[in-house]
Design a protein around this ligand. Sequence first.
Ligand code: SF4
Length: 546
Amino acid sequence: MGKNSVVTEEKKGHFKTFTTKQFKKSEIAHTTIIVGGLSMAADRIVAAAWEGLGYKVLPLSVPDMEAMQLGKEYCDGGLCNPTYFTIGNLVKFLNNLHKQGVSKKDIVDNYLFLTAGSCGPCRFGMYEYEYRLALNNAGYSGFRVQTFQMQGKLNQGTSEDAIVMDLQFFRALLTALIVSDHFNNFTYMMTPYEVVQGSVHEAIDKCILIMQEYFKQSGKDPYIKNFLLKSWMNKGSKKDLRQLIEQLRGKEIEKYLKKCSNILSSVQVDYTRMKPKVKITGEFWAQTTEGDGNYQMFSFLQSQGCEIIVETVSAWIVYLIWLADNQREEVSGVDANGLITWRTPVKYLKDFYNRKVNNLIFGIATFFFTSQYNRYGKILKYPAAALISVKTLEKVASKYMQVKFDGGEGFLEVAKNIYYTTAHKSNMVLSVKPFGCMPSTISDSVQSKVVTDYKDMVFLPVETSGEGKINALSRVQMALGEAKAKAVQEYSNLLAKYNLDASKVAELKIKFDPETSALVKIPEIKGYRLRVSHYIHYLLKLAGKI
Ligand code: SF4
C-alpha cells in the first residue's frame, strides 16, 4: 500500500476496502452512469448501447495530462499509468461538475462509474480499490464505482441491483464493441488516403450517430414479433435463448449498418500515396487510448506519413475466451509427465469429460462472436481484415514462451510482432506499454530473442510514463527511418518491375480508376506490405497489363 492508503501504521488489522451504497432500481431515473477508458468511438457507442437498456449514460472524454496529474495526486504511488490516467479523468470530470455548481453530495448521489474489473494477476486487480481511494481522497467519499468481469459468468450482481448484468447487458456491450472496432479500423486505415481532408472523420461521426440511434431503440424492436412466442420466451432461461436468436438473426441492426455503409462508400481515397504501415501492439489500454496516455502516438505516426493498423477490442475478447478455455485444460489425475496414475483413472476420466465440455462451450462462444464480427463487417461492405485466430498466434508465440500465462496481453505482443512481420502485413511493429507494466516486461524480455531470429523485423517497444514524450517520439522517428527505407525499397522495386514511375501510376489511375470509394476491396498481393503496391497491381489488372 502506498502513501495514500487507508491502512496506516497506527491502525493495523484486516485490510478493509471502501464500501459504497448500492445502486438501486428506484434510482435509475436520476442516476447518470459514467463510462470511459476505451477509444472515443467505443466509449460513445457503448454508452448508447447501455442507454438502450434504459440507463442514463455519459462517456468521458479522452484522458489527458491533467487527468494523469490528478490520478497521481489522489491514488497510491507506484501504479501503472492507465490507473492514473483513467482515475484522474473521472476525478477531473467530477471536479468540473462541482465547479459548475453541482454539490459534492449531489454528485455522489446521482452519478456512478461503471468499468471492467479484474482479479489480476497484474495491477489491474487493484483498479477498483484505487478508484475508490482516489475518489475518497478527492472529496467524493461514497461515490459508487461498479465493475463487471469480462471473464466472469453471466448474471453478475444481485436481483436488487439497478444494473442487471445479464445476457442483454453483455449483448449490448459486445455488439457496441464490434461496431466501434469496425469504425476505428476504417478511420485509421482510410485517413492517410482520404482525398478530401477530414472526410473520414466526418463520415464516421455520422455513422456513430446512426448507431447511437439504433442502440437507443434496439431493445424495443426484437426479432421475434409473434406475441405468444415472445411471452413464452420471456421467462427464465428461455429469455436468454430469445436474446441469442435475436443477436444472431436480428435484421434491425442490418438496416442501420447499411445506412452507415452508404455513408462510408462516399469517402474517396487515393491509394497511390506511399505510406509505410505501422502495426500498433502493446498493453491493452496504452494501445487503445487516443490521447496523452500514449503520447498521442496515432496522430504522431500519421503526421509522419504512416498508415496505422490499430488493435481491436474484439481480438482481445476472442483471446480472453481462448485463455478461459485453455487455463481449464490442466488435467488432474495424471502424474508430472502427463501419464495417468493407476490410482486415479476415474478422476482422470471425469476431468477429461469436463475439459471436452468446456472446449465445446468456449469453441461455440468463439464461433458466435467471430461470426458476428464478420457479419457486421460484411454488411458494412468494409474491406477490413478478419480477426486473426488465436490458434494462429499461439502457434507462432509458443516457440518462444509459455502461452498460458495470464495478465495483460499475455503472449499476444510477441505473437503479433512475428505474425505481422512474417505475413507481410506491416513495415514496422510498435509496442506501446505503460512504464513498469508487468506482462509487457515479460514480453519485452522475449522480444529480444525474437528480433535476433527475424532479421527483417523492425520492432520498437516504447514505454509510456506520461512524461518523456520528446524522447519517446524521437525513438519512434528513428525506427520509422528504417521502416520507411524498406517501404521505399518495396515501392521502387515494384515500379522497376513494371517499368513505371509515379506519374505513369497517376495516369493509370485517372484512366482506369478515377474515383476510388473507400469501400472498394483491393486484393492483397502476397509478398507485398504496402497498400500502394496492392493498388498498383489492381490498376495494372484493370488496364489488362497483368
Ligand atoms: S497490463 Fe500492465 S499496465 Fe495494464 S494493468 Fe496490468 S500491469 Fe498495469
